[in-house]
Ligand binder design. Structure first.
Ligand code: SF4
Length: 211
């Protein structure tokens, strides 16, 4: 299996208590913040249900693209690789007009890592398919085209967090999020049929079964 993120990271997290909640860095749009490219939350608000309201959770929200590029902004997508390649200078980030947004994306990622360190975050839950926050799938080149293409990979901010030891889970990794909730909420029983993004029919159909 060729996965960009670490499947079992949640299993190594401590079991928190209300007086010492798990410190979770969260894509700000997942909290309904209007930080997406068009100045909305891109429909992400509430995607995690009441998971973040548990007393065993302390939420640290951040939007790396807003920090590095402002809002509203062009649509950033990675050309020539994924976020790890951007960090290493092998790929660039461009918007739909061809403007090079690489420097702003790197600045946003660095700021997100600084916040993670400041709050000693233990886990990040980020929005998949984002050029900054993606952790399983990103666009392969610009997405605002007639036929959008995808690649397995991580966004720029995710790449930097992973490189510095912060585990990242996406809002689409329902099986992992269920396991997380079992750690956060005594007595909670996760849906045994829930699947992570890489286990979905779409993922397997697009990238091939067994990937
Ligand atoms: S960069 Fe991340 S936090 Fe910001 S809008 Fe995109 S997915 Fe949400």
């Amino acid at each position: 299996m060729l996965l960009p993120h670490e499947v079992d990271a949640v299993g190594r997290l401590r079991v928190p208590e209300a007086g010492d909640p798990l410190r979770i860095l969260v894509s700000a749009c997942l909290l309904g913040r209007p930080c997406a490219v068009d100045g909305t939350d891109s429909g992400m608000g509430g995607a995690l249900g009441d998971l973040l309201d548990l007393p065993t959770v302390r939420v640290i929200p951040f939007c790396p693209e807003h920090h590095g590029l402002g809002t509203p902004r062009g649509m950033p997508d990675i050309h020539g690789g994924d976020g790890r390649d951007v960090l290493d200078g092998r790929a660039v980030v461009r918007d739909e007009h061809g403007n090079d947004l690489t420097a702003g994306m790197l600045a946003g990622a660095a700021a997100m890592l600084a916040v993670a360190r400041q709050h000693a975050v233990e886990l990040a839950i980020l929005v998949d398919m984002s050029a900054a926050c993606g952790s399983q799938v990103i666009s392969d080149g610009g997405r605002l085209v007639a036929e959008r293409r995808y690649r397995r990979g991580v966004g720029v901010a995710t790449a930097l967090l992973l490189r510095h030891g912060v585990p990242v889970v996406s809002q689409r990794d329902h099986r992992t999020l269920g396991r997380l909730r079992e750690r956060l909420q005594p007595g909670f029983v996760a849906d045994p049929g829930a699947r992570d993004h890489h286990e979905t029919d779409w993922y397997r159909g697009y990238f091939g079964a067994g990937t």
